[in-house]
Design a protein around this ligand. Sequence first.
Ligand code: ATP
Length: 338
Amino acid sequence: MYKISLITGDGIGPELSESAVVILDAIHEKLDVKFQIEKLLAGDIALSKYGKALPDQTLDAVKKSDACMKAPVGESAADVIVVLRRLLNLYANIRPAKSYPYMPALKDGIDMVIVRENTEDLYTGQEFEVDGAAVAFRIISEAASKKIAKYAFETAVMRNQKKRVTCVHKSNVMRKTDGLFSRVCADVAKQYPMIQFDQMYVDACAMNLIRRPETFDVIVTTNLFGDILSDESAEVVGGLGMAPAANIGDEFALFEPVHGAAFDIAGKGVANPSSFILSAKMMLDWLGAKHHDQKCVEAANKLESAVYGVVKKGIKTRDIGGDRTTMEFTKEIVSMLA
Ligand code: ATP
């Protein structure tokens, strides 16, 4: 029995969470992977209810669980996810971008993953004002760069696809910080002669994600660039509604959609739950690998095939050219899981 903490979030978060519970219950029933789900509050709703975006009871429950699924939170996102990543040392943010059938995608045949350093860079929020200027610290350490570089190469080995790692930075301008990141990645590359290694400036990468996204395999990059490029890669394969993510540490992991709380469509029942359902797929993969649980790995594969199968039948939510509601789409996936 896996204990799953579920942060239900803000905006479309509660709708996505409802969908995730239906999916996990179906896996529990049909595929014999047992879950105990605990729903938790964090984000704007927790801020208004308890005066704290990440209440202590939520943090405690997350720490006691085997894995966390976090729906998107609203304006207080930085006080929730950035803090959770740091407190739980979730140093790797994994954001796959994969072509699914009949998507409003720019190109087909894309299967890539962005491995984003998750603990440093401008996202530590260390900022201050002085004499009419605002200053932000950008710290890039050798230790964190090495850790994420290794994770990226191991991912390329495990994926066994194009066997390519592209290190993305802007070292021609940020010579110290990105210079270090680039040098450490190149050093780690020497331990992986079977993996092709190349480097790309972030602006060139942004362009190539549009021009020839199908050529990428694993991109390793710093925190801010990874955040921006992963929204772009999600859009290239058909939109944020299909984009899952994982925050991985040595002992714990948290799974969430790439996108935010999408207040513009909240409460209408039209959100695409795939981003969160595919995040659950990543959780099953992670639990399976951690606990040597083949049933979990099989459930992950079946869940992805079910999403694939449903969109292939032309059953889609509004964002990807269909008319199904969040729950109708979810139930189609459940029937496909059988
Ligand atoms: P953040 O900065 O917190 O990531 P954002 O301002 O980039 O948030 P999002 O909430 O990610 O905005 O939404 C961007 C756009 O994508 C919105 O128009 C939203 O409706 C759409 N969108 C995001 N997620 C989904 C989803 N699951 N289904 C359908 N549309 C979505």
